[in-house]
Ligand binder design. Structure first.
Ligand SMILES: N[C@@H](CCC(=O)N[C@@H](CS)C(=O)NCC(=O)O)C(=O)O
Length: 91
């Protein structure tokens, strides 16, 4: 827990210091490579939502034409939204 707290502060994501944080949504079912992203977010201690999309379903093909999961949607505090595809790129 202390290690996660250190990492949160070091990366500027401390809830205490910066109450306005980006919102994260993992697009993909957990029993896929989406679990890598979920695991990382848990380790870092960031809040997130899961959009349980199957490969090649509309929610994922709208952000990744290959239809592969996962993707991570980031909603920045200024309202800008973007998606990162591929678990390795997200991590
Ligand atoms: N290199 C990609 C691979 C993603 C991937 O192959 N995901 C599988 C689920 S674990 C998938 O969507 N398969 C559907 C397909 O290959 O069409 C990553 O790490 O995100």
């Amino acid at each position: 827990m202390a290690y996660n707290r250190y990492r949160s502060v070091a990366s500027g994501f401390s809830t205490d210091m910066n109450p306005k944080q980006p919102a994260y949504t993992v697009i993909g079912l957990p029993p896929t490579r989406a679990i890598r992203v979920i695991w990382a977010l848990e380790e870092i201690g960031l809040d997130y939502k899961i959009e349980p999309a199957r490969p090649h379903s509309d929610p994922i093909t709208s952000v990744n034409p290959s239809g592969k999961v996962p993707a991570l949607r980031v909603e920045e505090t200024d309202g800008k939204t973007f998606e990162i595809i591929d678990s390795v790129a997200i991590l």
